[in-house]
Design a protein around this ligand. Structure first.
Ligand code: PLP
Length: 381
């Protein structure tokens, strides 16, 4: 039989052979910090200390590499830990990064408030504008950082085109694929060099674990990221790795339901008299719709919308919803609602990356669509 390669098959089996000792179908949680050596340096399975590697984390990493069509994956304690490690493994002080002018607020904070002190400079650019990206590139540009769809404005960037621009300039392209998940979009197949995830979101899928991942096509780059992670720490613990792997098994079916529900809700919001704009790449009027159709299987479960009446009206919608829980984060089976300007993106207030005050962001869960629509309708009334 040829090697299985269907997405759902890989999500369930990659890295997850039944345990050779007990036959356990599910890989065990190897809750251990260290490993007995049979003589100095004589390791049984290649494991010596769990900051370097742990069998449960290895299983997750093999699965992540398979579902992102990569050669190497590292699993981290959080999405931001993965981002920080990737950037420091690729760049040196004095280097320059082109960053999106619209991205998760914590990512922009990492660039502006942490990595800037380490001697990295960055230029925020609308990544959809190829001329602006080319103009921002300098001789010391090592990396272009991309998020698509973006958090929270749901902007879309053409990954293949951006990879071309990065490579022409001798830089690497890193894509934060958190919003799409590898079921909907595989940036490495489109020419990106590095994919990062907050696995806290769709990959984990149940709002019960914080984690991150970096996946690459090039084995040598993967080993460099792994070495950096080993030297610094920020690894995923065994139980967190196990929970994340458990989540991945249902990623495909969950994403299809997230998309079904989001498509219905986007239509309902488009027709609602109190909603002035709906940001969802699945809508034909979205400026990135055609590119999204080309590079994504479907359009995802995240929607942002602007409410007539300014900030107070947006805050009222967030506090009136019941089934949509008012909370940060996204990508779990339960629906969440939030006000980006005061919550997830508060750290970019007063900068060119500030988000509109009348914006509401929803993470559409996999509950019954009729109940979700009824809840939003009453929250908007
Ligand atoms: N990237 C995106 C798109 C996110 O939405 C988030 C968190 O919300 C992160 C990265 C950071 O991930 P974590 O919270 O797991 O550190």
């Amino acid at each position: 039989m040829s090697q299985p390669h269907g997405f759902e098959t890989l999500a369930i089996h990659a890295g997850q052979e039944p345990d050779p000792v007990t036959g356990a179908v599910v890989p065990p949680i190897h809750q251990t910090s260290t490993y007995k050596q049979d003589g100095v340096g004589k390791l049984r399975g290649g494991y010596e200390y769990s900051r370097a590697a742990n069998p449960t984390r290895t299983a997750l990493e093999e699965c992540l590499a398979a579902i992102e069509a990569g050669a190497h994956a590292s699993a981290f304690a959080s999405g931001l830990a993965a981002e920080d490690c990737v950037i420091r493994a690729v760049c040196a002080p004095g280097d320059h990064i082109v960053v999106p002018d619209d991205a998760y607020g914590g990512t922009l904070r990492l660039f502006r408030k942490v990595l800037a002190r380490w001697g990295l400079t960055c230029t925020p650019v609308p990544l959809g504008d190829a001329d602006a990206v080319r103009a921002a590139i300098r001789p010391e540009t090592r990396l272009i950082w991309c998020e698509t769809p973006t958090n929270p404005m749901l902007g879309i960037t053409d990954i293949a085109a951006l990879a071309g621009i990065a490579h022409e300039a001798g830089a690497l392209l890193a894509v934060d694929n958190t919003f799409a998940s590898p079921y909907l979009q595989q940036p490495l197949m489109l020419g990106a060099d590095i994919v990062v995830h907050s696995t806290t979101k769709y990959i984990g899928g149940h709002s019960d674990v914080v984690g991150g991942a970096a996946i690459v096509r090039d084995q040598e780059l993967g080993e460099r990221i792994h070495f950096h992670q080993f030297a610094v720490g920020a690894v995923a613990g065994p139980f967190d790795a196990w929970l994340t792997m458990r989540g991945i098994k249902t990623l495909g079916v969950r994403m299809d339901r997230h998309c079904d529900n989001a498509e219905r809700i986007a239509d309902m919001l488009t027709d609602h008299p109190r909603v002035t704009q709906v940001l969802y790449p699945g809508l034909p009027g979205h400026p990135g719709h055609e590119i999204a159709r080309k590079q994504m299987r479907r359009f995802g479960g995240m929607i942002s919308f602007r409410v007539d009446g300014g900030e107070q009206a947006a805050l009222d919608v967030c506090s009136r919803s019941r089934l949509f829980t008012l909370a940060e984060s996204l990508g779990g089976v339960e629906s969440l609602i939030e006000h980006p300007a005061r919550m997830t993106h508060a750290s970019v207030k007063g900068t060119p990356m500030e988000v509109p005050a009348d914006l509401v962001r929803i993470s559409v869960g996999i509950e019954s669509a009729d109940d979700l629509i009824a809840d939003l309708t009453q929250a908007l009334s």
